[in-house]
Design a protein. Structure first.
Lengths: 262, 187
């Protein structure tokens, strides 16, 4: 005969087991739902990226085709006045703006490049004669801008699924240094990052390549020239920024430094 | 005269044990591994349910402010009620037990009781979490289910650790307290 006391404690033990089992099942169930939702979100994201990529490829191919046709005409053009090709160039420029409006709005330096190109085109259009060199020059600039915009847009798709971790120091040259550890989308340039974390003023240099941007102030500090360096892990040393900050793509675990030199 | 000396001594003992409990509560430890339940249960067992309830409530009240896991906030009343139930159970167990030895079955019995009281405590405090979810607008059923479900991993740690703590430490502590002069004097 089992004692009443034993039955009571056995019942308590079963109650404990049942509570934990029920809680565990509920936990598992909720986690399953959560994982399901996450998978669905990721799938949706992948579908969006695939859709966007398809759109990206289509418009890139169309613009490339138009550009190639114009280059062909330019190369086989017989004569000295290229102004007859300016209309097609204007249409190409307009299509570029129409297809990459959001990217141009997102990156002010590229927008400025576009405006400069447009201004150059308008100046040439107003002339009665356009030389081969002049037309060739704006054709080259168009291609550079077009490829940069296409790359930026492609990077934008990758941003959604991947980021890089970088460190950025801002040395004001007056014993004041600020350090930032930030996550940034893949394809972010040093200029993009600096603009994101600090109040930046800059000048645009059309002739400087690659990259057209020089910073004139960071957080309203203008007591010198702002130059940038990156940390070379292999050599264990700071390396002077070899290109404009808007042309330098940040890499994962990269360390960057803005220094104000008086 | 005897009655006058009893109360201050009980208060002093509760104060010392409360300080001990809080010191343990504040020390670095895995989440939900604690000794407060054991001490509360023991005080209830040794001095009756009222003392157990008071002790448990007081410790959880202070713990609510100084816990390394942060201010208990809205959950504090539920923690107090949960621990008070443990103290109450200590007193009731003493009445139910009448006499006790230190056989293996008693150790097992106390371990089961510890597990059960831990589950009760966790249910009460998880319900407190559910109420806070309801306040911010979650549907009541979902709030209770979410709070209980996501509290389960912590409950498992809590139950396992309290099975060990109650099962291993209860009778040795009772024995030690019985041998302490102050307790003997308390009758």
């Amino acid at each position: 005969m089992v004692e009443k006391r034993t039955i009571v404690f056995l019942a308590l033990a079963i109650l404990v087991w049942a509570s934990i089992a029920t809680g565990s099942v509920a936990y598992y169930y909720l986690e399953q739902i959560r994982y399901g939702q996450q998978v669905e979100e990721k799938q949706q994201l992948l579908n969006d990226i695939a859709g966007n990529y398809s759109m990206y490829a289509t418009k890139r191919n169309l613009l490339s085709g138009d550009y190639a046709a114009l280059v062909g005409e330019y190369q086989w053009f017989v004569g000295e006045n290229y102004s007859s090709l300016m209309g097609k160039y204007g249409k190409l420029l307009s299509n570029l703006k129409g297809n990459y409006t959001s990217t141009l709005n997102e990156f002010p330096e590229l927008n400025e490049t576009y405006n400069n190109l447009l201004s150059e085109f308008e100046t040439l259009s107003s002339k009665s004669a356009v030389t081969r060199e002049e037309f060739g020059s704006i054709l080259d600039e168009f291609y550079k801008l077009f490829t940069t915009l296409a790359i930026k847009e492609l990077d934008g798709f990758q941003d959604k699924i991947s980021t890089v971790e970088v460190s950025l120091n801002i040395n004001y040259g007056n014993q004041t240094t600020e350090s930032y550890n930030v996550s940034s989308p893949l394809g972010t340039t040093l200029f993009d990052l600096t603009r994101k974390i600090a109040n930046v003023e800059y000048s645009y240099w059309p002739t400087m390549e690659p990259g057209h941007i020089l910073l004139t102030s960071i957080n309203n500090y203008t007591e010198g020239y702002w130059v940038w360096y990156y940390w070379n892990e292999a050599e264990n040393e700071w390396v002077f920024g070899p290109v404009g900050c808007d042309a330098w793509i940040l890499r994962n675990d990269g360390i960057y430094n803005w220094t104000c030199i008086k | 005269m005897q009655a006058k000396t009893k109360n201050p001594r009980i208060i002093a003992l509760i104060g010392v044990l409360a300080a001990l409990c809080l010191a343990v509560q504040l020390s670095p430890r895995p989440p939900n591994v604690e000794f407060t339940s054991l001490f509360t249960f023991i005080l209830g067992f040794m001095f009756g349910s009222i003392i157990g309830i008071s002790f448990g409530s007081f410790v959880m009240f202070v713990n609510g402010f100084v816990s390394p896991w942060g201010f208990a906030g809205f959950n504090m009343p539920f923690q107090i009620v949960g621990m008070a139930l443990v103290g109450l159970a200590g007193g009731l167990y003493r009445r139910y037990l009448q006499n006790y030895g230190s056989s293996a079955s008693f150790y097992l019995e106390v371990a089961v009781l510890g597990a059960f009281l831990t589950i009760v405590y966790d249910l009460v405090t998880n319900f407190g979490v559910a109420v806070s979810y309801m306040i911010v607008g979650m549907q009541p059923t979902l709030a209770v289910m979410t709070a209980l479900a996501y509290g389960t991993p912590f409950s498992i740690i809590h139950v396992i650790s309290n099975i060990a703590v109650f099962g291993v430490a209860f009778f040795p502590v009772i024995k030690a307290l019985n041998n302490v002069v102050i307790v003997k004097n308390l009758g």
